[in-house]
Design a protein around this ligand. Structure first.
Ligand code: RB5
Length: 150
């Protein structure tokens, strides 16, 4: 499993904590930045990490900003990306089981680090259920491709 990591300055510390956590679990990752707490624009880092998932260079993305909101909006503009802002364990589990989310977004000012690492573990270990949920994801893909839904 390979993870794409991205964060802006507002979540630099959270990304560093996630890296340490993945190191301990011997999970491979690519860090797409940012690389300091100097102010940057979050869409760039959301795009770089999400694009690696979209191109199947990475299996999942973990993308963070102060709130998790801005990076999720940017990541969800990348083809094939289903990015979910997760703030509690149930959301991290359900967005894998039902939405087959491939990116988890978290906010450094929203979720304390220990809880964020728990969300990462849940997200990375929960399987998609498929079945009726695949049909619904196919509809999301149709919307992405500009198909009219009636
Ligand atoms: C940066 O100040 C902040 O706007 C960003 O980290 C993020 O929370 C945006 O949604």
């Amino acid at each position: 499993m390979k993870i794409a990591l991205g964060a802006d300055h507002g979540a630099f510390d959270l990304k560093e904590a996630v890296k340490k956590h993945l190191d301990e679990k011997k999970i491979e990752y690519v860090d797409f930045g940012c690389f300091s707490k100097e102010s940057v624009d979050y869409p760039k880092y959301a795009f770089l990490a999400a694009n690696a998932v979209s191109k199947k260079e990475c299996d999942f993305g973990i993308i963070c900003c102060t709130t998790g909101l801005g990076v999720s909006m940017a990541a969800n503009k990348v083809k094939g990306i289903r990015a979910a802002v997760c703030t509690n364990p149930m959301l991290a589990e359900m967005t894998r089981r039902h939405n087959n989310a491939n990116v988890i977004c978290m906010g450094q000012n929203v979720v304390p680090v220990p809880e964020a690492l728990e969300l990462v573990d849940i997200f990375l270990s929960t399987e998609f259920e498929g079945g009726r949920h695949q049909r619904r994801i196919d509809l999301i893909t149709d919307i992405e491709n500009g198909k009219e839904i009636s």
